[in-house]
Ligand binder design. Structure first.
Ligand code: SAH
Length: 209
């Protein structure tokens, strides 16, 4: 076991104690080497439970937030998932642990972040995750319908195209709001296209571009 492995194991123990997380989600966080996804200058803090800067004024969410989002989405093996906001690719890797890398489709606004995330994902064994540079508000229609879709940046509302690309009975999750703080909202898509919403508390995310 390396020092990083020990730090990660300790982090997962803390998350297990402090949050109501399913065992599969804890195992997924325990499996993904977060230090490989963050810039070298902040690598020593990779296993602190806090957000970290990843360049372009963007941040990787705190581990507990990634874990909570995965938990709220109740991701099952084989679920097809759309992620809006790849960032450094860490959250996509945790999702990949839960559903299988080939089922994860992620859209990133900044082309250079998308490229770096693609490289890191390949180097860490998650090369099956698909990353596209572009505007996530449009979703990724080629691979729809999705069982699950989530945003890692705050939006005023679930983007219409993303809602349309989720199958009836599928679930969306996003920080919704326009201020510095937002509300984490999940929504099940009904057959008629309307959404059955549930609020999960206040959060703070970077805004959707
Ligand atoms: N999940 C990421 C965290 C990303 S922070 C990780 O694990 O690192 C939010 C990301 O959303 C940023 O990388 C930002 O560039 C991206 N983003 C913002 N607006 C977007 C848009 N319209 N489409 C796609 N990505 C967007």
């Amino acid at each position: 076991m390396t020092d990083r492995d020990r730090e990660r194991t300790a982090l997962v123990e803390r998350l297990r104690e402090e949050y109501d997380l399913g065992e599969r989600v804890c195992s997924a966080v325990a499996a993904v080497p977060r230090h490989r996804f963050v810039p070298e200058r902040v690598r020593d803090g990779a296993y602190d439970d806090r957000p970290l800067p990843i360049g372009r004024d963007q941040t990787i969410s705190a581990p507990h937030m990634v874990a909570m989002m995965a938990d709220r989405l109740s991701l099952e093996a084989g679920d097809r998932v759309l992620e809006v906001g790849t960032g450094c690719g860490y959250h996509a890797a945790v999702t990949a642990e839960l559903v299988g890398p080939e089922n994860v489709y992620s859209v990133e606004y900044h082309a250079d972040l998308a490229e770096e995330a693609r490289e890191t994902l390949a180097e860490t064994g998650y090369g099956g995750v698909s990353v596209r540079a572009g505007d996530g508000k449009q979703g990724w229609a080629d691979h729809a319908p999705y069982d699950r879709a989530y945003l890692t940046c705050a939006a005023p509302e679930f983007p219409d195209a993303v809602v349309e690309q989720v199958r009836p009975g599928g679930v969306l999750l996003a920080p919704i709001g326009t201020g510095r703080r937002q509300v984490l909202v999940s929504a099940r898509r009904r057959a008629d296209g309307s959404l059955e919403r549930e609020k999960h508390g206040a959060v703070r995310f970077v805004p959707l571009q």
